[in-house]
Design a protein. Structure first.
Length: 297
């Protein structure tokens, strides 16, 4: 698999984190007690649209997170078609990123699978960044304990010397690795977010700093597994902090099992489906949630 190659940072990239954090962490006018009630789940629908790179070609390798009508991870195929399963109706709003700091924030727009959205090339770096010496390519490798795949995890990196400048971004390959090129020499500070999860603080699997050309990190995460639930059922994940943060929804596999992306340690979550609501804390390496009355029995 080819490594992700990153070019210069863009001032446009401030969209990715500040706006995402603002949208996801807005207070919700909901009754706290209502979250414990058994939800009414409806069949999901598919929303799709096409992504093109700055040259008008399919945006292969792009990543995207749907913000509205609900938070959801998106899959972008080799033709640049982005797809997500959602329950709510309404205009779409999403953030997308592509190799080379081609950033895109769209919405609200009416869902239309025939419409394509195009990335634009980033402007030149500010003079103070361009004047810095470009260092050797940096290699970053990540693993998590317990072991889970980190393919497509999102890496966001800043130069400590210029913390307010736009960051570099990359997605990890199947080995949990990426190469970063065109970065000035100096200490880098960064955060890494689980595959398919939005780039907000409550989804950060870890933070780190490094001045080394090659660096390897092990993340302490929690693996959450649902077992013996109805195949195809939809489950909504929520982070329970000072403010509730709605996270993507997930679908149980035909085997009746669902494994969530790696979750950060020492956080509290709620997972709600058609037949139960469970709350749990990520204090252990593996957390299993079994259906009290298995759907396939």
């Amino acid at each position: 698999m080819n490594f992700v190659k990153l070019s210069r940072a863009s001032g446009l990239f401030w969209w990715l984190l500040p706006l995402a954090v603002l949208v996801y962490l807005l207070p919700r006018d909901t009754d706290p007690a209502a979250g414990a009630e058994r939800p009414t789940m409806t069949p999901p629908r598919v929303v799709q649209f096409s992504l093109l790179d700055a040259q008008g070609k399919a945006a292969v390798g792009a990543g995207a997170v749907l913000l509205q009508p609900e938070v959801a991870g998106m899959v972008v195929d080799d033709s640049g078609l982005a797809s997500a399963f959602v329950l709510n109706h309404g205009p779409l709003e999403f953030v997308a990123w592509l190799d080379g700091h081609q950033l895109l924030r769209v919405g609200p727009v009416v869902p239309d699978s025939t419409r394509a959205f195009s990335f634009t090339l980033s402007p030149e770096l500010p003079d103070q960044i361009a004047a810095l010496d470009i260092g050797e390519p940096r290699k970053f490798s990540f693993t998590c304990r317990p072991e889970q795949t980190l393919e497509n995890a999102l890496l966001v990196i800043h130069l400590r010397e210029l913390p307010d400048a736009a960051p570099w971004v990359a997605t990890l390959d199947a080995q949990g690795t990426c190469h970063l090129k065109g970065i000035p020499s100096g200490e880098l500070i960064g955060s890494i977010y689980a595959p398919g999860m939005p780039p907000v603080e409550v989804c950060a699997m870890g933070h780190f700093s490094s001045a080394a050309t090659q660096a390897r990190f092990e993340l302490e995460t929690t693996q959450v597994i649902l077992q013996d639930y109805a195949p195809g059922s939809i489950w909504a994940l929520t982070h329970l902090g000072e403010k509730e943060t709605q996270l993507p929804q997930f679908q149980v596999q035909e085997s009746g099992a669902l494994t969530l992306p790696p979750l950060p340690r020492n956080q509290r979550f709620r997972i709600a489906g058609p037949d139960s609501v469970e709350e749990f804390e990520t204090t252990a390496g593996v957390y299993r949630i079994r259906c009290s009355v298995p759907a396939n029995k």
